[in-house]
Ligand binder design. Structure first.
Ligand code: KG4
Ligand code: ZN
Length: 349
């Protein structure tokens, strides 16, 4: 093996099937197939997600290898997401990777999905310093980390209830804007009328780094019932979007920047689907400039659920543990995530 190993990586934890070919920090292919089927149900249906992963994973793998210009005989290692996520969905990607591992005699690196998000900023910007404070914010998770190295991080806090993306999605549903709704709310939001309605900022002034976003969704429901029982104009809908976005962004930025100050770090990073939010990026860029620290948000294709981040972290694990550590295939998949550990900090290894 000359240079960094060539890694074929799989991500199938929720409703996106992704296959990537990664060599060190070079991404040769990162294909993402989003399952449109869930839109009509207004949320992800686990059984449909598993079937859709199964239908596409083979052809997506061929396509990724073709795009990368490599064959299976050149691949040095495999990687797959093993937790957290929908059990049936995770099983598709992990079983496929294990199958290839047996067929080609390759090591297979199990990767924690949130750790993939956590380090995706280092794929985007390899010169980013440690330690950093990292906000992972998506439809499934909202957690804040202190990241000290590729093998050591601590959870500072997580959401007690809904994730920030879930609040965007549930509010969008109440407003009849479809699913998932974060990007639509972002597009409809204006800066001029961002605080027309003062939605709650839960736990913003409390000590600690826990979040709570179920209240803001309830506040949107109440606002609609009380003020627009017969329906609303486009402008009124835009006002709700702008104000909701501002409330969510305000909490995320305020708490993250408090962690930056408390831990004296020189870099702040955001990742996960909600990190695509334009107002969130704008606010973090301003805050980082004011504090004289680095701010990185990975490009959208490394930010959404994607296999490039899984392949990149697998590369780091292979560097520190060596390929022999990943030759046994007795690892299991698990639906469990950090919510199960939210009352304590968790250190990776
Ligand atoms: O990381 P991701 O693809 O999947 C999960 O692990 O959840 O994130 C999807 C989430 C959805 O909740 C979606 O509404 C949200 O990211 N999202 C956004 C934006 N783009 C995607 N939320 C706010 N603003 C956006 N521009
Ligand atoms: Zn995710």
């Amino acid at each position: 093996m000359v240079g960094a190993p060539l890694i074929l990586a799989f991500e199938s934890s929720c409703d996106d099937t992704s296959v990537a070919v990664v060599q060190g920090t070079t991404v040769l292919a990162n294909l993402i197939s989003s399952q449109a089927i869930h839109a009509e149900w207004g949320g992800v249906i686990p059984e449909l997600a598993s079937r859709a992963h199964l239908e596409i994973i083979g052809s997506l793998t061929k396509q990724a290898l073709r795009q990368a210009g490599v064959g299976m005989e050149q691949v040095d290692a495999l990687a797959c997401t093993t937790q957290p996520g929908l059990l049936g969905a995770l099983l598709v990607g992990a079983s496929y990777a294990k199958g290839l591992s047996l067929r080609y005699g390759l090591p297979c690196v199990p990767v924690h999905h949130i750790e993939g998000h956590l380090y995706s900023a280092y794929l985007e910007d390899p010169s980013l310093p440690f330690p950093s404070v990292s906000l992972v914010v998506s439809g499934g998770h909202t957690s804040l980390f202190l990241t000290e190295s590729f093998s050591k991080y601590t959870i500072l806090g997580s959401t007690r209830d809904d994730a920030a993306g879930e609040a965007f999605d549930k509010a969008a549903k109440l407003l009849g804007l479809g699913y998932p709704g974060g990007a639509v709310i972002d597009k409809r939001s204006t800066r001029e009328r961002k605080d027309i309605i003062r939605f709650p900022r839960a736990l913003v002034n409390e000590a600690g780094y826990e979040f709570s976003f179920s209240g803001v969704k309830t506040a949107v429901r109440r606002h609609i019932l009380e003020n627009h029982p017969e329906g609303m104009t486009e402008r009124e809908c835009d006002d709700i979007c702008s104000s909701l976005q501002e409330a969510i962004v305000d909490v995320l930025v305020t708490k993250t920047m408090r962690a930056v100050r408390e831990h004296g770090v020189e870099a702040v990073v955001i990742s996960g689907g909600v990190s695509a939010n334009s107002r969130l990026r704008e606010r973090f860029a301003e805050e980082a400039e004011n504090h004289g620290i680095r701010f990185t948000a990975p490009r959208i294709s490394y930010s959404l659920d994607n296999a490039a981040m899984i392949g990149f972290l697998a590369h780091r694990k292979l560097l520190s543990d060596g390929p022999e550590a990943y030759r046994h295939l007795d690892f299991e998949v698990s639906a469990r995530g950090y919510r199960d550990h939210r009352h304590g900090s968790r250190v990776n290894r």
